[in-house]
Ligand binder design. Structure first.
Ligand code: AMP
Length: 121
């Protein structure tokens, strides 16, 4: 899939639309999800034009891959959810209902999150 530079997260990265920022460094930006599904629902995105984890790990420089993954852990620590527990998740493609075609890791926390998937094979 080719990257659409007009997707909403690209616009957030360019500062064209606002976000409720949680964390930022050279590699990543984290902000609150606009439609939270848990008391804590934060998105972490890499600073670069990547659609999915597969796309990102194929094309991004090693420094960015490491920096982005490190940022996910840093955000989890800063949110203070390590003790109670949290879930990270990345939707990719149609079957996973990916809505925004810019790689993003969801961090969910703040309540018991239930089973990983509703049972249906
Ligand atoms: P996904 O289905 O994994 O692509 O999730 C996309 C997520 O982005 C959803 O949880 C949306 O609520 C969230 N979202 C969409 N637009 C914005 C926005 N402008 N600011 C923050 N979160 C957004």
């Amino acid at each position: 899939m080719t990257y659409d530079p007009n997707n909403v997260f690209a616009k957030i990265l360019r500062g064209e639309i606002p976000c409720k920022k949680v964390y930022e460094d050279d590699f990543a930006l984290a902000f609150h999800d606009i439609n939270p599904r848990a008391p804590v629902h934060v998105l972490v995105i890499p600073k670069g034009p990547y659609v999915s984890m597969a796309d990102f790990t194929l094309k991004a420089p090693a420094e960015l891959v490491a920096g982005f993954i490190r940022a996910v852990g840093t955000v989890a620590r800063q949110l203070g959810v390590e003790e109670q527990g949290y879930r990270i998740l990345a939707n990719s493609g149609a079957n996973a209902h990916q809505e925004v075609p810019h790689l993003h890791i969801h961090i969910f926390a703040g309540r018991p999150l239930g089973p990983m998937l509703v049972e249906r094979k």
